[in-house]
Design a protein. Structure first.
Length: 219
């Protein structure tokens, strides 16, 4: 069992490592930067870096859960390390690997944001980071495991037009259509309960929304 003092020490070391990582990347020391990423991942989780990268999201969340609470501090740091590695991969022309790792980082930023928001914590810095990472990704390259929480995030932010775009993108995929159709209808129904000014701020118009809802129900 990891003690609180140990976790605090590991978190502080990881924060310091991120600062060193930024300098290594600026100086073009990619090999040293990768070694630092791997070492810091191992310190945060107590597993070899290659094993950490093989974990699926649910298993990682399980490892990071203590006393029935997800450790969002460590999750956010892991997301930062993955995003740094993703940017290095993309700069090296490894587009598929870089995109997949950046999508994973985005999911972890989103999960940390949702968890912290549910506990009444300040999420302003996380929201800035989510926007920075999301803007660098083409939604067409992302799986439902990333598009779905990102759509929910945009809806929660009141950015309805972007939330809808991601749901429609999933709806266009034959393997997702049956499962996304009721979710898309529910999305339009939720928006249909909102005042016109809130819809307008989110990029929607009431008449257009009702028409979309009717069309989806009749499809």
């Amino acid at each position: 069992m990891l003690t609180e003092d140990y976790l605090i020490r590991m978190i502080n070391l990881a924060i310091a490592a991120l600062l060193r990582l930024a300098k290594l990347r600026r100086d073009g020391q990619a090999q040293e930067a990768q070694a630092l990423i791997d070492l810091t991942l191992e310190q945060l989780l107590g597993l070899r870096a290659d094993l950490v990268k093989q974990l699926d999201d649910e298993r990682l969340y399980y490892i990071l859960t203590r006393n029935e609470r997800l450790d969002t501090q460590r999750l956010e740091l892991i997301a930062e390390l993955f995003q740094n590695e993703a940017e290095m991969l993309l700069a090296d022309g490894k587009t598929a690997e870089g995109t997949a790792l950046s999508a994973r980082a985005l999911r972890y930023f989103l999960e940390a944001c949702f968890t912290n928001a549910g506990e009444g914590m300040d999420t302003s810095a996380l929201r800035v980071r989510i926007q920075q990472v999301a803007v660098g990704l083409d939604p067409r390259d992302l799986g439902a495991d990333t598009l779905w929480p990102l759509s929910g995030y945009y809806e929660e932010q009141g950015d309805f037009i972007h939330a809808e775009a991601l749901l429609l993108l999933m709806h266009q995929r034959a393997d997702l259509r049956d499962s996304i159709t009721p979710e898309l209808i529910a999305f339009y129904e939720r928006l249909n309960q909102k005042p016109a000014d809130a819809l307008a701020r989110g990029g929607m118009q009431p008449d257009e929304l009702r028409a979309k809802l009717k069309a989806m129900r009749n499809a």
